[in-house]
Design a protein around this ligand. Structure first.
Ligand SMILES: [Fe+2]
Ligand SMILES: [Fe+2]
Length: 328
């Protein structure tokens, strides 16, 4: 039995430790005074811990096997900042620990529960059973490789955690639910708005891979989302009609508002506003929790004075398993 290495403790100068680590990105080789050495990072719960390898028989193993889980021996070291010296390494042969254990994230079962909750709520507000059947069919599609519930929603911004994409999408569905009460005229399009929200960022499954950019990231998530949607075209038209299909396409294309192809439909504009409200609020809250002092800098509005918040500094509320405020 191996445990995940407590990297914070292992980093203390002179500490010798042994345990499992995860290398998320390919480390780089540097040339030193005498020999080449390897410079890289171990990833654990949203943090990256620097390591160096001086011995070629150790870094050759990493060069050969690349990113993944390893069992390592380390010594806490310091030279212009703390780092870990790796003295011994092996690939992890087990299956009990997976890469998801190294990412901060929302457990899948909880995401599935909250999606079921918001589905029940939306069905009271006008979204039909037919729409949820289509969503179910969509999320089971083989192209997604079952990754909708595990991928992050962004690399550096809101919801960059395992399950972040699903979490962001579910929070948008809750906002839609409120809008259906406020503006009951929208009920006629409840299915369209619900399905379009589920689909708006689904291309992130292909744009990102395990919270980092995928090989083909440059074909962005709007393009990849529309491509994925095309594989569902016959099914969607059979269940609804071509108008519905085209409307969903336009939401995926236009949901970034001024920052991309401009919206061409009312649905795309509404989804854009819901998207902004959700992501900007999440971003502001997490920035305030992480920022020292009593103000934070906003890219458009300059310094903002903070407000009282529930939750500990630096700990996004979503990571607390027993947090009763989760639903709010
Ligand atoms: Fe997006
Ligand atoms: Fe989004």
């Amino acid at each position: 039995m191996h445990d995940i290495l407590d990297l914070k403790k292992a980093m203390e100068k002179g500490n010798r430790a042994r345990g499992l680590v995860y290398i998320k990105e390919k480390p780089e080789m540097r040339s030193g005074k005498r020999n080449d050495y390897m410079n890289g990072f171990f990833h654990l719960k949203e943090k990256d811990y620097p390591f160096r390898v001086w011995e070629s028989d150790v870094y050759d193993i990493i060069l050969e096997y690349g990113t993944g889980i390893y069992i390592v021996d380390t010594v806490g070291s310091e030279f212009r900042g703390a780092y870990l010296t790796v003295t011994n390494i092996d690939i992890y042969p087990g299956t009990a620990i997976t890469q998801d254990d190294f990412f901060a994230g929302i457990p899948r079962h909880r995401l599935e529960q909250t999606l079921a909750d918001v589905a029940a709520e939306l069905m009271q507000r006008g979204t039909t059973e037919k729409c949820w059947e289509l969503i179910d069919y969509t999320l089971r599609h083989a192209d997604l490789e079952d990754r909708f519930m595990v991928e992050g929603a962004a690399i550096r911004h809101h919801d960059n955690i395992v399950g972040g994409l699903a979490h962001h999408t579910i929070k948008m569905l809750r906002i839609l639910s409120a809008l259906l009460i406020n503006n009951p005229q929208l009920i006629e399009s409840a299915d369209l708005l619900t399905y379009a929200i589920v689909m708006h960022d689904i291309g992130k499954v292909f744009e990102y891979r395990d919270l980092t950019t995928s090989e083909y990231w440059y074909a962005n998530h709007r393009v990849r989302g529309i491509e994925f949607l095309s594989h569902l075209k016959d099914e969607i038209i059979a269940r609804y009609d071509e108008e519905f299909y085209r409307q969903v396409q336009s939401v995926i294309a236009g949901h970034h508002g001024l920052y991309g192809d401009h919206p061409t439909t009312v649905a795309a504009t509404i989804v854009h506003y819901i998207d902004m409200l959700e992501s900007q609020t999440t971003e502001l809250v997490s920035q305030q929790l992480a920022a020292p002092g009593d103000r934070l800098r906003h890219p458009d509005f300059g310094f903002l004075h903070m407000i009282p918040l529930t939750g500990e500094s630096g700990e996004p509320e979503v990571r607390e398993e027993k947090d009763s405020n989760y639903r709010t």
